[in-house]
Each structure stands twice: as structure tokens, then as C-alpha cells.
Design a protein around this ligand. Structure first.
Ligand code: MCA
Length: 521
């Protein structure tokens, strides 16, 4: 386990950001101060107050404690967004368990990897299939649903966390190998939420429509933690539907909406989009928001969507200003407590100068929000002095606004979800009609990028269709990682060293290349 972060505090007000100690400490203050204020709404339970959520969390914590879970134990969490899931999540954090959020779409192979890596002692999972995969991989783990239907008990210590204790193990893939667990400490989560509270003027009178899944940092670390930390309220929606979002904004007099560009694309196409003018703030992240979509939304709703930038390892890093010019195509300025440097590849943030304004550079960050390291992978996270290379490339304009230019890696972002080409290639490689396959993103208006398989067919075979490839990987990859399009190639473009030249894929295939796409999208 990565120990305490030991990072020097970033400049400015970084220390102050974590003065409250932990998120559970601030939640407790809100619950004790005004227990009757509405906190969360879900379609099943209706409104839950702060006091009710605190009581539900304490009850779940008592049950998990009585079942044998102890501080530092990892617990997988996967259930539809709702108050039951939040009660389980907050219970775990309040008693010092380490939450491992799991995307409900993952398949057995993907879940087995997380279980083997994280060695969880518990799993709060609603899907019976996923429950059985966890039981097979870790027979000793306590497995229950988000109802936490276990004998009652008392957790002896709640809300008494040290900032350096691990709070979340967030699985995220690198360009090579299998997903790694990013260890976010209680101080990281608090710094992340407090920076957003300040930057976005998040207050008790705010109400967020939260239709993002709660198994990624966007929905969890930004939407949920920000709400609970600010003493605000949120309307939880277990899936995204643009009409349901618009209805909730009207019915619950919401002030905030956070989404990924695919959601905004669907909102822009909804004739009721102008009703969103009632919002105080709409925020976009997880993938680049096309500048023309930004403008279209502004025309339709009067809202200048605020684009920001973050990652699982760091919660949020950079944001357009709340007051002031929100520039389409830009992610804005570093958030409170975040130091950011743009460097030439191979340069060190401690020793080398930044690239000049306008020039691209690798994005390095440091601050109290930056994770402690990757679980069981010493040396793979931030440097000893706290600086972390994000792997993203950006440039600043003359006014200091940051623009993301792309990734130094090969990640595909589809609908706000990261897909690592190598993982998909490995699962496609044994298809009998494939001699060689390279997976890459292809620009797409709705999804941002479409997972596309560039296929050299096996001798005497034609390239398989996208539907054939999808059924080939159906049991091995979550659906969002499935190839949505296939482009046949005669040969994979490689450089003299044999490295695949992904940027040439489109050229080699040619603009007229036959393309088969999945019919359902
Ligand atoms: C669903 N499908 C997808 C995706 N989502 N395909 C590719 N990419 C996706 N992201 C597939 C379904 O399997 C289905 O396939 C088909 O698309 C249509 O499904 P539909 O019901 O329309 O989709 P949906 O359920 O409405 O989902 C679209 C979505 C969702 C709402 C955009 O993907 C989503 O919630 N995305 C946000 C994810 C997120 O929170 N990302 C944050 C991670 P078929 O029809 O063939 O069966 S990044 C992060 O946290 C960092 C910190 C950050 O900065 O934010």
C-alpha cells in the first residue's frame, strides 16, 4: 500500500483547502447543523434529508463493522445511482474503508482483474452476475447488495479520519497493461471538493441534477462529494435522458448540471433545451467539448457551459472561470491549490523551464488533490516531490487559458469513458478472420470518438463486420469498449522500428475505405 503522500503542500492556499480534515468531518457538520434540510432525491426514495442520510450511513457502517470489515479494508461498490448507494459509499468512507467503485457494465474478466489486484474484503454490488464473479475470485469476501441486508451492529469510530488515509481506489488503465488502482486519500477528496466549492461558488442553495454514474470521479468525486461538502442538494438520476434532466431542473428548481459532451450533444438536439436557461451553471468534462457545441448550447439556452479538466488520479485540476470569459475549446485556469507546469517531453518540473505561451507541453501537476500513488505499484505515481505527469499535452494562450491538445498516450474517449486500444486489440486478436488489428478512435459527433478496429484480414478471409467483432468480445469487454466500426486494411502502417503509426491509419485506409458500423448506434 502506498503510504502517506508525504508531498510538500502546493503553494498558495493548498493547506487551507484540507483544513477540515476529511469529507466525513464536513458532512457531519452539515448533518448536525441542519438535519432537516433536503439532501438527495432519487426516484425510489424521494427526498432524503441530511440527518436521514447520516443515520442511514451510520446504520450501514454498523452492519459492515459487525460483519467484520475494518479500517483500510477495500470494498467494491457497484449499484445504480440512488440514496442506497450513497449511504453505502458514505458509510465506507466514514468508517475508514477504502471504496473501489466498479462500473456496472464490466464483464467477468474485467471484474476478476480488479478483485485480484485490490484484494477486497467486502463488496456492495447489486448485480447478481457481478456478485457471483466476485465470490468466485475472492471466496472470503463479504458480498451484499446496496440494501446491506446484514445483522445490525455499531461501528465504534465514525468520521474520525486522517487526511493521509486511503479513501478511494479508482481503477484506471494506462496505455500499457491492465487497469491500475489510483489511491485517493481523504485529504485528496476533501481538497478536490473544497477547490470546486470555492471556484464554482457552490453553496447550500445549489441543487444539482446528477445523471452521471457514481462509479467515476466525475459523478462521485465532483457531483456527489461536491454536493455533500457544500451542504447543497442533488437530484440523482440512475441513467441519462435529456427530457428527464430538463424535467428535474423545472420540478426541483435545480441550479446546476454536470455532464459529458455526449450528454450535451443530446441536450442541444432536444427542442426543450431553452428550459435549461433556469440553471445557474452547467459544467462539462471527461472529454473535449467541441467549440461549436459550446456555441450551439449558448445560442439555445443562454448558458455558456463551463468546461473543466480533471482525472481519476487528481480529482479536478483546471476550470474555466465562474465569473469571466469561458472560452470555447479551453479548460481555463488551475483550480485553487493546483500547481501546473507545461514542459517539453523528458524535462523535469523541478529543474526545467516551462514551454513558452502558445507552445505545446506535457502537463505536470502538483497539489493536495494529487493522489498518493498506484496501488501495489511503487514508483508509478507522482514523484517524491509531489509532481505528477498527467500524460496529457496542452498549451496556454497569451491570457493563460489552457487548451488540451491531446494525449501523449493512445487513449480513446467515447461518451466520456476512456478506452485503451491495447486492451481491445488483445481481445480481438484471436478472431479467426483477423491477421492483425489496431484499435483507434475515429471522430464522431455524438460520442466524441468511436472505437474503431482497423483490420488486416487473415489470408482468404474478408474483414469481419463490427457486429461480428462485438459478439466476439461480448463476454470479455464492457459494451462501451466494443468496436463500433471496422476499417479493412491491407497492412498496418509501421515505422522503421516496427512501431504502429496510429496517426497514419486513416491515410492508409484511404477516405473511400469501406466502413462497417454497428447498426444500433
Ligand atoms: C453507452 N454506450 C456507449 C457508451 N455508453 N458506447 C460507447 N461509449 C459510451 N460511453 C453504448 C451502450 O452500450 C449501447 O450499446 C449504446 O451505446 C446506446 O446506449 P445508450 O442507452 O444510448 O447510452 P447511455 O446509457 O445513454 O450512455 C451514454 C452516456 C454514458 C450517458 C453518455 O456513456 C455516460 O454516462 N457517460 C459518462 C461516463 C462518465 O461518467 N465518465 C467520467 C469518467 P448497444 O445499443 O449497442 O447495446 S472520466 C472522469 O471521471 C474524470 C475524472 C473526469 O475528468 O471527469
Amino acid at each position: 500500500m502506498s503510504g502517506p503522500t508525504g508531498h510538500p503542500r502546493a503553494g498558495g492556499d493548498a493547506g487551507e483547502l484540507t483544513a477540515a480534515g476529511s469529507l466525513p468531518a464536513t458532512w457531519r457538520e452539515h448533518a448536525v447543523g441542519h438535519p432537516d434540510r433536503p439532501c438527495l432525491h432519487d426516484p425510489v426514495a424521494g427526498w432524503t434529508t441530511r440527518g436521514q442520510l447520516a443515520a442511514a450511513g451510520a446504520e450501514v457502517a454498523g452492519r459492515l463493522y459487525a460483519a467484520g470489515l475494518r479500517r483500510g479494508d477495500r470494498v467494491l461498490l457497484s449499484a445504480p445511482s440512488g440514496v442506497a448507494l450513497v449511504a453505502a459509499h458514505t458509510a465506507c468512507l466514514r468508517m475508514g474503508l477504502v471504496v473501489v467503485p466498479v462500473n456496472a457494465a464490466l464483464r467477468r474478466r474485467e471484474v476478476a482483474h480488479i478483485v485480484a489486484d485490490a484484494s477486497p474484503r467486502g463488496a456492495v454490488i447489486d448485480d447478481p452476475g457481478m456478485q457471483s464473479w466476485v465470490r468466485q475470485a475472492e471466496p472470503d469476501a463479504l458480498v451484499c447488495t446496496s440494501a446491506v441486508d446484514l445483522p445490525p451492529g455499531n461501528a465504534p469510530s465514525l468520521d474520525d479520519l486522517d487526511g493521509d488515509e486511503p479513501a478511494i481506489l479508482g481503477y484506471t488503465s494506462g496505455t500499457t497493461g491492465a487497469p491500475k488502482g489510483a489511491v485517493l486519500t481523504h485529504a485528496n477528496l476533501l481538497a478536490g471538493a473544497e477547490a470546486l466549492r470555492r471556484a464554482w461558488g457552490w453553496s447550500e442553495s445549489d441543487r444539482l441534477v446528477l445523471a452521471l454514474p457514481l462509479f467515476h470521479i466525475h459523478g462521485l468525486g465532483v457531483g456527489l462529494h461536491g454536493t455533500l461538502h457544500s451542504g447543497a442538494s442533488a437530484v440523482l438520476q440512475p441513467s441519462f435522458d435529456s427530457d428527464a434532466v430538463i424535467d428535474a431542473v423545472r420540478e426541483h428548481r435545480a441550479t446546476l448540471f454536470f455532464g459529458v459532451p455526449t450528454m450535451y450533444n443530446r441536450i442541444a438536439g432536444n427542442p426543450r433545451a431553452p428550459e435549461l436557461a433556469a440553471l445557474r451553471l452547467a459544467v462539462s468534462g471527461s472529454a473535449p467539448l467541441p467549440a461549436d457545441l459550446h456555441r450551439r448550447l449558448e445560442e439555445n439556452t443562454g448558458l455558456a457551459v463551463l468546461e473543466r479538466y480533471g482525472m481519476t488520479e487528481t480529482v479536478m485540476l483546471v476550470s474555466n472561470p465562474l465569473d469571466g470569459d469561458r472560452r470555447p475549446g479551453s479548460v481555463g485556469f488551475p483550480l485553487p491549490g493546483v500547481e501546473l507546469r507545461l514542459l517539453e517531453p523528458g524535462h523535469s518540473p523541478a529543474a526545467d523551464p516551462e514551454v513558452p505561451a502558445g507552445a505545446p507541453g506535457e502537463i505536470w501537476v502538483r497539489g493536495p488533490n494529487v493522489f498518493a500513488g498506484y496501488w501495489r505499484r511503487p514508483g508509478a505515481g507522482p514523484r517524491a516531490d509531489g509532481w505528477f505527469c498527467t500524460g496529457d499535452v496542452g498549451r496556454r494562450d497569451a491570457d493563460g487559458y489552457l487548451y488540451l491538445e491531446g494525449r501523449s498516450g493512445e487513449v480513446i474517449i467515447t461518451g466520456g469513458l476512456n478506452v485503451y486500444p491495447r486492451e481491445v486489440e488483445e481481445q480481438l486478436a484471436d478472431h479467426p478472420a483477423i491477421a492483425e488489428v489496431v484499435v483507434a478512435g475515429r471522430p464522431d459527433e455524438q460520442w466524441g470518438e468511436l472505437v474503431t478496429a482497423y483490420v488486416v484480414p487473415a489470408p482468404g478471409r474478408r474483414a469481419p463486420s463490427a457486429d461480428e467483432l462485438r459478439s466476439h468480445v461480448a463476454e470479455r469487454l464492457a459494451p462501451y469498449k466494443h468496436p463500433r466500426a471496422v476499417v479493412p486494411l491491407e497492412a498496418v502502417p509501421r515505422n522503421a522500428l516496427g512501431k504502429v503509426q496510429r496517426h497514419l491509419l486513416g491515410e492508409v485506409a484511404g477516405p473511400e475505405a469501406p466502413l462497417t458500423e454497428v447498426q444500433s448506434t
